[in-house]
Design a protein around this ligand. Structure first.
Ligand SMILES: *Cc1c(COP(=O)(O)O)cnc(C)c1O
Length: 394
């Protein structure tokens, strides 16, 4: 054992433990749903990305079981060897149809998709413009390219335009943004970004992980939400949130983009193909998401109700309509205290504190699902009310 490495790691862990504290995973039991088991308790689950409540849908589970029986668990090979099954192509076609693209390429996760997309499409003669609050996987994926890199302040289209002007000589310009930002639940200023992309001959890349299935009349995502169908050049997303919550990611776009990824994207080529049960589950989830627009109506109604209830209780709720509801509880450990009080009342939420969000921006991130019942949401609101009284008395 190399003691100098271990000594350094131990010292850093001690330091981290004494300051911000070490992350400890919550161990959840039973299936994912509007409630989850934690220890002996059943908690109302306001912390998952299962926005449409399809993760434990019997049809989704049954299709995964059937695929397991018929095709086995894993394929023990990559897509370019003997790992490809018919269901991979079916799922890619279903994703492309859902988001309104010509084609899509599957990845093991959206993290992998974002790691593999930029390097395959760009080289040192290109320039990338990235929103400061973009997901970690976009940041890492952009770092893997030789392209010139610029970061613009969150949603600051004026700064983005100045950067585009400065880089007019680049071969390609790529504007990269999350469709919905996971900390604030805010939607990217896509109309302005699309306008700049058009004016400066740039391509628009959107990571719609929190929007696919959720936003837009048919669940196509952020572009559909704004009536900008066809204006996003490259769309990346996850199967791990609203689309069944198993695992997997994708890149969707024109055939030439997707074919280039199949030829050159390292995280597409040099890894195992998706396990058939996961592909089958996602395929069923996408069918459900398309067949039941009532799920999105239910989600919107649940979101509007809880946002209103929390605001009526006097909480500072960041504006917006997405089921990510940031409830600001600023300062010290107050957000964490409220999250603990809610846990004791049977409601699962997480507090986000520094360094995940800036100091003074501490919050509780509430995530609503179409599967939540009125009783569950009322129970949660009542618990928030008592936590607010305790906070005021402290
Ligand atoms: C969750 C998320 C990812 C990662 O998705 P996985 O499929 O779980 O790897 C990537 N980008 C954004 C914006 C996300 O919210």
């Amino acid at each position: 054992m190399n003691t100098s490495l271990l000594d350094r790691l131990r010292a850093e862990l001690d330091e981290r433990g004494a300051t911000t504290g070490l992350r400890r995973d919550l161990v959840v039991s039973g299936p994912q749903g509007p409630t989850v088991g934690v220890g002996d308790e059943t908690l109302v689950n306001l912390a998952s990305n299962d926005y449409l409540g399809v993760a434990s849908d019997p049809e989704v589970v049954e299709s995964a079981q059937r695929a397991l029986r018929d095709m086995g668990l894993g394929v023990t090979a990559g897509r370019v060897l003997c790992g490809t099954r018919a269901i991979h192509g079916e799922l890619e076609a279903a994703i492309a149809e859902l988001v309104g693209a010509e084609d899509a390429a599957l990845y093991s996760s959206c993290f992998d998709a974002n790691l593999g997309v930029f390097n395959a499409l760009l080289d040192g003669s290109d320039a990338v413009f990235s929103d400061a609050l973009n997901h970690a996987s976009l940041i890492d994926g952009i770092r893997l390219t030789q392209a010139h890199r610029r970061v613009f302040a969150h949603a600051d289209v004026d700064q983005l335009e100045r950067q585009l002007v400065e880089c007019v000589d680049a071969r390609h310009r790529l504007i990269v943004t999350d469709g919905v930002f996971s900390m604030d639940g805010d939607v990217a200023p896509l109309p302005q970004l699309a306008e700049l992309a058009w004016r400066y001959d740039a391509a628009l890349v959107v990571d719609d992980s929190h929007a696919t299935g959720v936003l837009g009349a048919t669940g196509a995502g952020t572009a559909e939400h704004f009536g900008l169908d066809g204006r996003v050049d490259v769309l990346t997303g996850t199967l791990g949130k609203a689309l069944g919550g198993g695992a997997g990611g994708f890149v969707a776009g024109d055939r030439a983009v997707v074919e280039t990824l199949r030829q050159a994207s390292r995280s597409y080529i040099f890894t195992n193909a998706m396990a058939p049960p996961l592909a089958a589950a996602a395929l069923t989830a996408i069918r459900i998401v398309r067949e039941r627009p009532g799920l999105r109506e239910r989600l919107a109604a649940n979101t509007a109700w809880l946002r209103g209830a929390l605001r009526d209780l006097g909480y500072e709720v960041l504006p917006g309509g997405h089921p990510i509801i940031p409830v600001m509880v600023r300062g010290g450990t107050r957000a964490r205290d409220v999250a603990e009080a809610l846990r004791a009342e049977g409601v699962l939420v997480f507090a986000l504190s520094h360094p995940v969000v800036p100091a003074g921006e501490e919050r509780i991130r509430v995530q609503v699902s179409a599967a939540h019942t009125a009783d569950q949401l009322e129970l949660a609101a009542a618990a928030f009310g008592r936590a607010r009284d305790a906070l005021a008395a402290a």
